[in-house]
Ligand binder design. Structure first.
Ligand code: 5CA
Ligand code: ZN
Length: 409
């Protein structure tokens, strides 16, 4: 699949700092030490509805990670998937009497447009589940042949017992895992499973559902977790730097993905750090396509909201916190954008050197974007009160907020 166009990332004076970030698998902060090419996999959308503020917040967090790496003069190898065949997508297409392929294509196109407008850096490889199927089948066959997967009425399940490291990503107890498995696409109550948590690797063809040739597995379609594993192993290999997504992916998705990959390769870990963004809610509920309580990026854009203001609304919250979208959040961002634009519209102003370092320090400290915004606010207030006359300083500030936070002033 093609991704979306990259916005330019201006070069800044000096050099960025290495990122310290919260890793779910250790429960604490780790300093990431990528090589010259940092490798990141961020789980993509299931395209049955438009990009909402929760999605945008999660992709914003991982966009910051990449911008920090670019600022440390590294290249970034970014991979993202599109879950373009899965139960929720097929159910929505069925409900609306729409062709599931057309639905997925339409929503993926809209997602690309939203990401472009928000200046999110595009993945180098943007891969759909359907196009990954030829690579998924041999992985499932290998797991089965190694005794790490078993057949249940034609479906193939992964045996979590095969991975000695199972449970280390989310660090949840068995009861919590069982609950979340039922909520998030698993089937812990299906009779005949070896362990209720075992996830499906390959689902045998169902009547009236799309299916593909699965070699010795028979016709069917892939399970969710193996999709991301196949794509990540194909394009990044084991031990890549960051596996990212919202906190709802820690279990089962990232836990199972790590186990699949670790059993397949005999290596550990799948990713150096598992990074999870908090959930954005509306009216006290997690914003989700299934609940339907959504604020869409595309609706705001259509209403004439500047994408830079949307981006500032996201950046005003720490990526790990759960927060609520309100009209006030957007209004505050619109006001801030106005103040910042006014402050950089003059040819001179207070020196930007210290500010650039403050932004770098804040973001490299577990992506503390609220602190980065506060630093820019202080500079803008100083500018407003006539606090400096350094020629070109406003230009440096503009470039810094664009390069490090994707906000075009
Ligand atoms: N296709 C899978 C991942 S392989 C999936 O979870 N798709 S999704 O469309 O449901 O979500 C896309 C990304 O947005 C995921 O990282 C998910 O964790 C994140 N996300 C979904 N809802 C929210 C929310 N309310 N707040 C923050 N992030 C969210
Ligand atoms: Zn995924």
């Amino acid at each position: 699949m093609h991704a979306w166009p990259a916005s330019e990332v201006p070069a800044l004076p000096g050099k960025g700092r290495d990122l310290r970030i919260h890793d779910s698998s250790t429960g604490g902060r780790v300093t990431l030490e990528p090589g010259p090419v940092a490798r990141i996999y961020v789980c993509g959308i299931t395209p049955y509805d438009a990009t909402h503020m929760g999605h945008a917040a999660t992709y914003n967090a991982f966009d910051l990670v990449q911008r920090i790496w670019l600022d440390t003069r590294r290249q970034v190898h970014y991979v993202q998937n599109v879950t373009d065949v899965d139960d929720p997508l097929l159910e929505r297409a069925q409900r609306d009497g729409e062709d599931w392929v057309a639905l997925a294509e339409r929503e993926t196109k809209l997602f690309r447009e939203d990401m472009t407008a928000l200046r999110m850096l595009p993945p180098k490889h943007y891969i759909g589940a359907v196009e990954a199927i030829p690579g998924i089948v041999p992985l499932v066959e290998r797991l089965r042949d190694a005794g790490a997967a078993y057949d249940l009425e034609g479906d193939v399940y992964f045996s979590v017992a095969a991975d000695p490291h199972f449970g280390e990503v989310s660090r949840l107890d068995a009861a919590a895992m069982r609950l979340l498995s039922a909520e998030r696409g698993g089937d812990p109550d299906r009779p005949g499973k070896k362990n209720p948590l075992d996830p499906m690797l390959w689902m045998a063809a169902r009547p009236d559902q799309p299916s593909w040739d699965g070699g010795t597995l028979g016709r069917g379609r892939p399970g969710w977790h193996i999709e991301c594993v196949a794509i990540a192993l194909d394009h990044l290999g084991m031990g890549f730097d960051v596996q990212g997504g919202g906190s709802d992916l820690a279990f089962p998705h990232h836990e199972m993905g790590a186990s699949h990959a670790q059993v397949l390769t005999g290596e550990h870990p799948f990713a150096q750090a598992y990074v999870h963004a908090g959930m954005v809610g509306l009216d006290g509920e997690k914003m989700s396509k299934s609940r339907g309580n959504l604020v869409f990026v595309s609706t705001l854009r259509r209403d004439g909201v500047d994408p830079a203001a949307i981006r500032l609304a996201l950046l005003a919250h720490h990526y790990r916190s759960d927060w609520e979208w309100t009209d006030q959040v957007l209004q505050d961002a619109v006001d801030r954008l106005g103040r910042w634009r006014a402050a950089v519209s003059r040819p001179d102003g207070p020196s930007a050197d210290a500010l650039v370092e403050e932004i770098r320090a804040a973001l490299s400290d577990d992506l503390d974007s609220p602190a980065a915004l506060a630093a820019v606010d202080r500079w803008a207030a100083l500018q407003q009160s006539g606090g400096g006359t350094e020629e070109g300083a406003p230009g440096v500030v503009s470039r810094a907020v664009d390069a490090l936070m994707g906000v075009a002033l």
